[in-house]
Design a protein around this ligand. Structure first.
Ligand code: NAD
Length: 249
């Protein structure tokens, strides 16, 4: 029996074929959950959901559009009768240095991580509170903990540190209603966000900073998301879990 039998899960930014959201959706589905894949493009979201099986749903949702986020969550609650799990996974990064960041760069990166996490969470909280049950998983990053590095600029680090703040504050506020909120801090994971942007020298440098000596797989992060989404972590809230091959040791 799967860990998520009878559960309904929404995952944002989950249409990217090699992304963390899609891997999480796949593992959740394997554990019995019915999954909604949200992403910017309707056709891509539908295709990603179809890969999982006919009961799963793909919908367009730009997470920085508060009204749209509410509309999509309301439609899913009307269809399913419940949402048990929300994974705020959508995120973008820009490899800029501190002095290169223009206002539009700052807004683009922080909006997806911070407004997106806030708006999607706000859209499900009244429902989860009413049911006295829910698990929300927010995707932060090792960049929040030690500065951006090669992929994320300082604005990405700030956005992902903000996600940790949102996680802890919302966890504290929602705990009395048994709605749990936790964060994952992935390290260097092989996905579209990181692949193809590295010279062999850069890759060597990144790997030298990882005690386990390899990039993570999307499935490594999905396993952590499964733990946090499921009742295995029933007494965990406001935590951040590192999935980074030992990068912070
Ligand atoms: P990815 O680029 O493969 O997937 C991100 C998805 O988010 C894409 O499908 C994209 O279309 C979607 N998206 C972007 N803006 C959106 C918006 N406004 N509304 C809805 N969807 C939107 O990236 P990934 O590597 O799978 O990363 C997933 C999450 O994990 C991100 O939040 C990222 O910052 C974080 N993360 C990734 C790594 C890594 O090494 N890959 C490390 C740490 C954290």
């Amino acid at each position: 029996m799967g860990l998520l039998e009878g559960k309904f899960a929404v995952i944002t930014g989950a249409a990217s074929p090699r992304g963390l959201g899609k891997a999480t959706a796949k593992l959740f589905a394997e554990h019995g959950a019915t999954v909604a894949i949200l992403d910017l493009d309707q056709a891509q979201a539908e295709a990603a959901a179809a890969d999982l099986g006919p009961q799963h749903v793909g919908m367009a949702c730009n997470v920085i559009d508060k009204a749209q986020a509410q509309q999509v969550m309301d439609a899913l609650i009307a269809k399913w009768g419940q949402i048990d799990i929300l994974v705020n996974n959508a995120g973008i990064t820009q490899p800029l240095k501190f002095m290169e960041i223009e206002p539009e760069n700052y807004d683009a990166v922080t909006d997806v991580s911070l407004r997106g996490t806030l708006y999607c969470t706000q859209a499900v909280v009244p429902h989860m509170r009413g049911r006295k049950s829910g698990s929300i998983v927010n995707m932060s990053s090792v960049s929040a903990q030690r500065g951006g590095g090669i992929f994320g600029g300082p604005h990405y680090s700030a956005a992902k540190a903000g996600v940790l703040g949102l996680t802890k504050a919302s966890a504290r506020e929602l705990a009395p209603d048994n709605v749990r909120v936790n964060a994952i801090c992935p390290g260097f994971i092989a996905t579209d966000i990181t692949q193809g942007k590295l010279t062999p020298e850069m890759k060597e440098m990144v790997l030298a900073g990882i005690p386990m000596g390899r990039a993570g797989e999307a499935s490594d992060v999905a396993g952590c998301a499964l733990f946090l989404a499921s009742d295995l972590s029933a007494y965990c809230t406001g935590t951040e879990v590192d999935v980074n091959g030992g990068s912070l040791i």
